[in-house]
Design a protein around this ligand. Structure first.
Ligand SMILES: Cc1ncc(COP(=O)(O)O)c(C=O)c1O
Length: 388
């Protein structure tokens, strides 16, 4: 052990003292909407498998089919020998659904944001420093991409399109402009003002980049998401699509550029055939899942409505959630952990989300509703919460 390892130990102790220490648990998926931990079964309100596709027989069938056909891995970067034919078919489907000229599959949403933003903000290509204007609550992976590119973001107030516009307007002398947002914010379940952002981007000659991780599959016509019109959409197959992997949808020029410059594509092994199979099956199923999307929306709406009195009484809040993600913002990290522990005792799994994932003083429980939940599951959740 190196002597300086003690600084990491001090960091861990500090996390513990502030109720911010994280732990990895061994979690067995039990069935759609349920998990088993240490032998106990819980109703799962902490999964992004919004449409229950993780367990869908068609995804499992295509996963097995492509593994049997092409093996367990792709064996190389896609630019070397890892680009088996299913990639092009899936990319075509994505581009069609998103209404863009082209699309590119990457390894994960986190990696996509990191690698794509890093490539786009490359000062040696742009010949100037880019002006990057971002929603304050954008996902950690977008910040990661910006810092990898050594870009200092101008961070506008959450959802405040006018504030974004002010930043863009005051940057007339700068380099090329980019506006970054999530469509549905992962920890708040609220929706970016996409129409306004599109107009601003248009007027200010700005490239709008939208992370549609939590909109894709669940929201928009046929589940196509909420990023329509964005210059570049980044999304993931790991949430409503039930599997893994990510995509970028954009013009052919931008996809060709990323093929030359995106480190996450060039220096990383292509997704395994089995994963591509699951993605392909998920995309084919999307148009048929209208009932599932409606059920998800109804569960979340009912939860927000029935919790209104209790949240008011306790000084909590469900923020501006309009989607399947509903935060119960409590404030204090310890109190959030205590409530999460109480729910677990009652057989309900809901994760407490604490800083630095969310801003200081806004620790919360993040409820994610899925089509696998029944009305009885929601009854049970509400009854237990009202007894706290
Ligand atoms: C908004 C957003 N973008 C990107 C990601 C990362 O996606 P993935 O889980 O595929 O790495 C997440 C996941 O938490 C997310 O919430």
């Amino acid at each position: 052990m190196k002597e300086f390892e003690s600084v990491y130990k001090t960091f861990l102790e500090d996390c513990h003292d502030k109720n911010l220490r994280r732990h990895l648990l061994s979690i067995e998926p039990e069935s759609a909407g349920k998990i088993k931990i240490d032998g106990k079964i819980y109703l799962n309100f902490a999964s992004n498998d919004y449409l229950g596709l993780k367990h869908h027989p068609k995804l499992i069938e295509e996963t097995s089919h492509w593994a049997l056909k092409y093996g367990a891995g792709s064996g190389a970067s896609r630019l070397v020998t890892g680009n088996f034919p299913l990639f092009a078919g899936v990319e075509e489907k994505i581009a069609k659904l998103k209404g863009t000229e082209a699309a590119l599959i990457l390894a994960s949403g986190y990696q996509a944001n990191g690698a794509v933003l890093h490539a786009l903000f490359d000062k040696t290509v742009l010949k100037q420093s880019p002006v990057v204007v971002s929603d304050k609550l954008n996902h950690a992976s977008m910040h990661f991409g910006c810092s990898a590119a050594n870009v200092r973001q101008k961070r506008y107030r959450h959802l405040d399109a006018n504030h974004a516009d002010e930043f863009l307007k005051s940057s007339e002398a700068g380099g090329p402009k980019f506006l970054l947002t999530e469509t549905v914010f992962s920890m708040d379940g609220d929706i970016a003002p996409m129409k306004e952002l599109l107009t601003i981007a248009q007027n200010e000659n700005t490239m709008l980049i939208a992370d549609d991780a939590h909109g894709f599959g669940v929201l928009g016509e046929g589940g196509k998401g909420l990023a329509t019109g964005a210059d570049i959409t980044i999304g993931t197959f790991s949430k409503a699509l039930g599997s893994f992997g990510a995509y970028v949808a954009a013009s052919q020029t931008m996809i060709d550029y990323l093929t030359q410059r995106c480190g996450g594509l060039i220096y990383s092994t292509g997704l395994p055939p089995a994963t591509l199979g699951a993605i392909n099956a998920g995309l084919d199923l999307l148009p048929e899942l209208g009932e599932e999307r409606e059920r998800v929306a109804n569960h979340a709406k009912r939860f927000r409505e029935e919790m209104a009195n209790l949240t008011k009484k306790k000084g909590w809040s469900t923020g501006r959630s309009e989607t399947q993600i509903v935060p119960l913002i409590i404030g204090d990290a310890k109190e959030a952990l205590d409530l999460s522990a109480y729910l677990k005792e009652q057989g309900l799994w809901v994760t407490a989300i604490r800083p630095p994932t969310v801003p200081e003083g806004t620790a919360r429980l993040r409820f994610a509703f899925t089509s696998s939940h029944s009305e009885r599951d929601i009854d049970q959740l509400l009854t237990v919460l009202k007894k706290w």
